[in-house]
Design a protein around this ligand. Structure first.
Ligand code: SF4
Ligand code: SF4
Length: 416
């Protein structure tokens, strides 16, 4: 029925393959298989509450507490690494000083300040008053590698594990095109000469015991833009000409060595100063917080926190979809071969960087975030608008000069 209405109205054929798999003429939006693969990848790390999330939440909690309390923050912030990492010994790193230094760096970024690194001697509180200015914008880079937290993981390595049975067939030796696999006669197991290995993974694919594994650097593996290389010390390095601030490296680093900036401090200070602060919340909150957090409960909680009111960004998404549909019907196929959406800044920046020849095929419609913020400000001209959503890249969008006057702050969901 939906497909008939679509065809009648727009003269284009639409096929629904599944709940989330729609094909419009030849342009596949998302197949069920692709959706499942993406979901599995996301759940692999995100579903597990680890020490990384614990520290991240502790940092945000303390920054929020500091913002709610009156007075200067310089003395308070110096004490926070000791509060978050107490005691004489470190936890998993076994180095309490290193852990506190990492927390110090995280605190700065949680307050929206730049990453500093270990090379410059300076207390955590140096320049902290910058965070307390009423007008604060995100400054690039948004996503930062905390170098002294980075494990300098191997970029890619093929290992023989204890699972090797030293089998008679030894197909790993047979298939290696570089002669990098040999048999260790003492242990009876295969060994790989890392100098010769070209990481093609053929040996791993033929082992009947799955005894050969390919380890990849988690941050680089997660980055769809190939933006992560190594610096002179083997630590991860982000090429900001390629990075689209999607945050995938951040959620996939098992050492918590990558962090983004936040505006939680500035948001709370704006509320505390008595300004009217409106929350524009992405509909994704339903998936983030689970079925018990109803829109009514969320609204009540946000108002309790001091927000003047709460709007769902779905309203902006409807306006955006309408605009994009109109543009699509007007321009495709006469002026443009296809039209891609513009809602996700990471996606649209990626498309423009990788396919510059098709940059004009990305819709010019304003995003749901900006449209919702404009709507709020139209009725409340002096209000501040905070976008609250799941995606780090929205912070990238809010940095744009054209969007700064619409969206004052962006914060992302954190589930405790
Ligand atoms: S995954 Fe984390 S620890 Fe490993 S190289 Fe990347 S940033 Fe460093
Ligand atoms: S593009 Fe995404 S995954 Fe790659 S470096 Fe940038 S934020 Fe990390």
């Amino acid at each position: 029925m939906q497909t008939e209405i679509f065809q009648q109205k727009y003269g284009k054929k639409m096929t629904i393959l599944s709940k989330s798999s729609i094909v419009i003429e030849s342009g596949i939006i998302l197949t069920e298989k692709m959706r499942r693969k993406i979901q599995q990848e996301e759940e692999r790390m995100r579903g597990v509450e680890t020490r990384i999330q614990e520290i991240r939440h502790a940092v945000f909690t303390e920054v929020a507490r500091m913002a709610y309390e009156e007075g200067p923050v310089d003395k308070k912030i110096e004490a926070l690494p000791y509060k978050i990492i107490p005691g004489e010994t470190g936890n998993f790193r076994n180095d309490v000083f290193l852990e506190r230094a990492i927390v110090g760096e995280r605190l700065l970024m949680a307050m929206g300040l730049p990453y500093r690194g270990a090379a410059e001697p300076a207390p955590v509180s140096d320049g902290i008053m910058e965070a307390d200015k009423p007008e604060g914008y995100y400054t690039p880079p948004l996503i930062n590698v905390i170098k002294f937290a980075c494990n300098a993981c191997d970029e890619k390595k093929v290992h023989v594990t204890d699972g090797c049975q030293g089998c008679l067939a030894h197909p790993c030796m047979e298939v290696c095109p570089k002669g990098a696999v040999s048999l260790d006669r003492t242990t009876g197991r295969s060994i790989i000469d890392q100098e010769k290995c070209i990481k093609c993974g053929r040996c791993a694919s033929v082992c009947s015991y799955n005894a050969i594994i390919i380890q990849e650097r988690p941050c680089a593996k997660a980055c769809g833009m190939d933006a992560i290389t190594s610096d002179e010390n083997g630590k991860a390095n982000i090429d900001y000409d390629k990075c689209v601030s999607c945050g995938q490296c951040l959620v996939n680093c098992p050492f918590g060595a990558i962090a983004d900036k936040s505006q939680i401090f500035q948001t709370i200070r704006a509320i505390q100063s008595g300004e009217k602060v409106y929350a524009a919340v992405a509909p994704a909150f339903v998936g983030q917080f689970g079925p018990k957090v109803t829109p009514g409960k969320l609204r009540a909680a946000m108002k309790e926190l001091g927000f003047t009111d709460v709007f769902e960004v779905a309203i902006g998404a409807d306006l955006c979809a309408k605009q994009e549909a109109e543009d699509f019907l007007k321009e495709v196929p006469d002026e443009l071969p296809f039209m891609a959406t513009s809602c996700c800044p990471a996606w649209s920046v990626m498309a423009k960087k990788l396919f510059p020849d098709h940059a004009n095929c990305i819709s010019m419609a304003l995003t749901p975030m900006t449209l919702t913020a404009r709507l709020i400000k139209k009725h409340n001209p002096n209000a501040k608008v905070v976008f609250i959503g799941p995606c780090a890249a929205k912070k990238l969008e809010a940095m744009r000069r054209t969007v700064r006057s619409d969206v004052d702050f962006v914060v992302t969901f954190e589930v405790a």
